[in-house]
Design a protein around this ligand. Sequence first.
Ligand SMILES: [Zn+2]
Length: 413
Amino acid sequence: MTDDISWLEAILNPSPEENPAEAFPWHLGVFDAHCHPTDTPSSLDSIPHMKARALAIMATRGEDQSVVASFAEAHTLTPSSSIPQLLQKETSPDGPQQQHDCKLIPSFGYHPWFSHLIYDDTHLPPPSKQDHYTSILTPLPPLPFLSSLPDPLPLTHLLSQTRTRLYKHLYALIGEIGLDRSFRLPDHVPTPSSSSSTDELTGRREGRSLSSYRVTISHQRTILTAQLALAGELQRAVSVHGVAAHGLLFETLAETWKGYEKNVVSRRAQRQRQKQRQEEARAENEVDGDGDGGDADRKATMPFPPRICLHSYSGPPDTLRRYYHPSVPATVFVSFSVLVNLKEATGRKTVDVIRTVPDGCVLVESDLHCAGERMDGLLERMVRVVCRAKGWGLEEGVRRLGDNWRRFVFGVG
Ligand SMILES: [Zn+2]
C-alpha cells in the first residue's frame, strides 16, 4: 500500500488561502484521533520526536490493554488536570520541534475482530469453550480449528478491568469497539510460545491469511452494546469501527439513547419515559440500600456515550446524515485516515463525506500501527485533504481540527 495521494489533487480545488510552499503549521497543534502504536512497542521511543501534539491510542484485545496503559503513562501530562489547557497551547513556528513532547491519550476496549474471544456471562452461565465458539462462529468450523482457539474470557470480568482502567485514566476513551461484517478469523492463531519478539506478541493484524469463519453479528453487537453501556455509565467518549454494517451500527448506537432523543419525541412521551427510567433507577437503589438518588438520577438520564467518533468512516453520506438528525443527543465526530479513506477506489466518495460532516465534527487520524515519522506524514496529508475539501486555509483548518479533537476527547475545546 502506498501513502501517495497525488491522484487526489485532480479532484480537489486548492484552498483559496493555501500556498503550496507554505510550511505545515505543526506549531498550532496537530492531533491523531485514532491510532495503534502499541502494535509496534519498539516505536514508543520515537514518540517524543514526533511533530504531532497528541495521539489517541487504541486498545483492541486482551493482550494490548495493559500495553496501552503503560504507553500512556510513559507519555502522559502531569498534573492530569492541566491536560486540556496544555494541549491548547500554540507554540512558536520557529521554536524547536520537540518543545511540546507528543502526549498520549489511552483508549481501552475490545475490537470486533477479537469479540469471539469473549463470552457473554452477563445473564448466562459460562458456556464450555466448544459451546461458546459453536454458538458464535459461522459457518461451523471443524473440531481442529475450534481446539486451536484460546479459552474465551468472561465479558463481565473484562468490563470490570476496563472500568478500573477508566477510573485510573481520567481522560481515557473507550475504543476501539464496533461492528464488522466482513471480518473473518485468521487461519493460524499465534500463541505466545511460537512468537519470538515483543512486537509479534502483541499481534500485528497485518499479513495473516484468513479462514472462512465469521463471528455472528449478534455476538459482535452484544460485546459492543456492553461497552457502550459502560461509556454511558462513566460518560466517556468512544471510538467506533464500522465495516459493512453502517446501518446496523447506527441502530445499535441509537438504541443507547432511545427515550432520550431531542425534540422529536413529544415532550409528554419524553417525560413519561424519563420518569419511568428514574423510577426504575430509584427502585434499584432501594434494593441496593444506596440512598443517593441524585447521582443515580443523573446517570439514569444519560445512558449513552456523550461523544462518538466514527473512525475511518467508510459508509455513504446518506447513512452519515442519520447521525446529524436533530433528535440525536450524542455529539458525533467523524475521523478520516489516508490509509482507509484515501485509497484510489474510495477517495472521491471520501471528499463528499468530508463535506457532509459539520465543520465542528471533523477529525483526522493515522490509524497506523507504528509511531514516528510516517504517522506524522499521514496526519499532514490527511489534514491537507480535509482543508482543501472544506475550503479552509491550512492554519484555519489545523486550528479547527485541534478544537474538534479537544472537544471529542475532553468534551471541551
Ligand atoms: Zn483502528
